[in-house]
Design a protein around this ligand. Structure first.
Ligand SMILES: [Zn+2]
Length: 104
């Protein structure tokens, strides 16, 4: 763990962060912003600002979401940032699966 990561971890253990996270949960009424399903144990605030040095700037650039949603956002980001077509291909795959599985 490098110094920045250590500072971030310590900040995330602070009262200031815990209150911020609790306030954000109230703000979104406990709903995952992407799936629109209730936040579950282990939910997190996705930080949309990826600049490592901005970990302690508490503003509107945080998205409450469940663990898997969070992982999916970061996974998708790694591809989407260079290839916007990934969304269309995912949509096509979902539509194909819908068609295949309607026939049951
Ligand atoms: Zn994140």
């Amino acid at each position: 763990m490098n110094e920045k990561q250590r500072q971030k971890r310590n900040f995330r253990n602070s009262k200031k962060w815990k209150k911020f996270k609790a306030d954000k949960r109230k703000e979104c009424k406990g709903i995952d912003a992407i799936t629109l399903k209730p936040l579950r144990k282990g939910w997190n605030l996705h930080h949309e600002d990826l600049n490592e040095g901005h970990y302690n700037i508490l503003n509107d650039n945080f998205l409450p979401c469940n663990n898997l949603t969070h992982k999916m956002i970061h996974w998708l980001w790694t591809y989407w940032r260079n290839d916007k077509g990934i969304i269309d291909r995912l949509k096509n795959e979902m539509e194909k699966m819908e068609k295949i599985n309607k026939q049951e």
